[in-house]
Ligand binder design. Structure first.
Ligand code: UGA
Length: 432
């Protein structure tokens, strides 16, 4: 099939490349000329394990193309995926749909034959209806269908999530569109994932409800980890014990520094704002948001306690600063509130991240990026394991640590407390 992805961020680039890999002709289009130039020279705008190689392979096989001529890409394609960002609207916390409607407007003028228009971006309920109303006035008077097909890709695991998804959700209003969408996903569905078709509005809500539920699960386990710390219980045992109940499930029960990224914070805010419009109070999601916001205060208080309120002039080393491992994404990373708070208390921050220096924190005084992990550890009075990269798990800390009084605060519980005790390293973690 001939597909066009509009927007070459995480969603568009990963989905487009994966669709090409299962045999479709795909144009990834973006109005950002520089981005397209880079992509045409093999430079990707994001870090995603395995993606670069997959892009190269599909470009070489002529199944994948990049273009900044969005109208032309629309005209040439049978299915158009809208994959642009839906950031939080500052004043209202709603999803800002200006990019989505800009794309819809471009489609309106280039709908030269029957096409399926798919929203892959996370969009509030009724966005599909609004796009449909816009497209009814299309220049060529062509027939079309607007379908919702939300993505469930995790950064860092996006290719795997695309190829072996738990489920594919398609919200279509006609049998024809549903049949076409099902045949597009057929090579993937065959690998045991479930294909669920529903109404367009339901599909739109499934995405928000899923992200909000997962965010709530994380806030829940983080609060239970507070209770574990206060009562001398190991959160890992509690998570395992709870997760064995299939109704609860073991995944997304890892306590940590709080959820971040480009999705959970934005989508929880947006669903609450959406519900407000319908005069519905989503008090549970609201509490999850508040709890996650408060998490940085809890972490800071623990740090104050651990250091006996002696943060001034301390060298604090962050291992990893992105919102989670296997990504270079800094959006809503928990360290973005923690680092300024520590600087305010007089700390000097050193950090190492496998994906390099980050402008989001380099802008602060007293923040230094170190290219070598050993150097960062050597300088530290306090090491904060902020992100769970595999390369941190294998460190020979006994050898690397030069300062005998160093303290480790492991916010991802990647190390064994017993091993640390044996090595006489002062060690603190989350909920244990
Ligand atoms: C999330 C969803 O998992 C995807 O299904 C969805 O498609 C995507 O948002 C999106 O809407 O585009 P992502 O933001 O990439 O994916 O990251 P996750 O792996 O879900 O992690 C989100 C946050 O929760 C991270 O800060 C992570 O550290 C935290 N987390 C996750 C925990 O603290 N504990 C856990 O057990 C799991």
């Amino acid at each position: 099939m001939k597909l066009c992805m509009i927007g070459t961020g995480y969603v568009g680039l990963v989905s487009g490349t994966c669709f090409a890999d299962i045999g479709n002709e795909v144009i990834c289009a973006d109005t950002d000329k520089k981005k397209i130039e880079n992509l045409n020279s093999g430079i990707l705008p994001i870090y995603e394990p395995g993606l670069e190689e997959m892009v190269r392979r599909n470009v070489n096989d002529s199944r994948l193309k990049f273009s900044h001529n969005v109208p032309e890409a629309i005209k040439k394609s049978d299915i158009i995926f809208i994959c642009v960002g839906t950031p939080t609207e500052k004043k209202t916390s709603n999803a800002d749909l200006k990019y989505v409607f800009q794309v819809a407007n471009t489609i309106k003028y280039n709908l030269n034959k029957y096409k399926i228009i798919v929203t892959k971006s996370t969009v509030p309920v009724t966005t599909g209806d609004k796009i449909e109303t816009m497209l009814k006035k299309n220049k060529f008077k062509s027939s079309f269908e607007v379908v919702s097909n939300p993505e469930f890709l995790r950064e860092g695991e996006a290719i795997r999530d695309f190829v072996v998804p738990d489920r594919v959700i398609v919200g279509a209003q006609s049998k024809k569109a549903l049949r076409i969408m099902k045949s597009l996903y057929m090579p993937i569905i065959k690998k045991n994932s479930r294909f669920f078709s529903t109404s367009r509005r339901s599909a739109e809500l499934i995405k928000y409800a899923s992200n909000s539920f997962l965010a709530t699960k994380i806030s829940f386990i983080n609060e239970i980890s507070n209770l574990c710390e206060a009562s001398g219980i190991n959160i890992e045992d509690v998570s395992v014990g709870m997760g064995l109940d299939q109704r609860i499930g073991e995944r997304f029960l890892r306590a940590g520094p709080g959820y971040g990224g480009s999705c959970f914070p934005k989508d929880t805010r947006a669903i609450v704002a959406l519900a407000k419009k319908y005069k519905v109070n989503l008090s549970i999601v609201n509490s999850a948001i508040k709890s996650n916001k408060f998490r940085s205060k809890i972490l800071l208080n623990r740090l104050i306690k651990i250091t006996k309120n002696n943060i001034k002039n301390k060298n604090i080393c962050f291992l990893g600063v992105t919102f989670k491992a296997n990504t270079d994404d800094m959006r809503e990373s928990p360290c973005l509130s923690l680092i300024p708070a520590l600087i305010k208390k007089g700390a000097k921050i050193y950090y190492y991240d496998p994906t390099g220096a980050k402008k989001e924190i380099d802008k602060y005084k007293n923040v230094t990026f170190l290219e070598k992990i050993a150097e960062a550890i050597k300088k530290a009075d306090l090491i904060i394991v902020h992100t769970e990269w595999n390369e941190f798990k294998q460190l020979n800390l006994k050898k690397l640590i030069k300062n005998k009084n160093v303290i480790i605060y492991d916010m991802r519980n990647i190390y064994s407390a017993d091993k640390m005790k044996k090595n006489r390293i002062k060690y603190y973690s989350i909920g244990r």
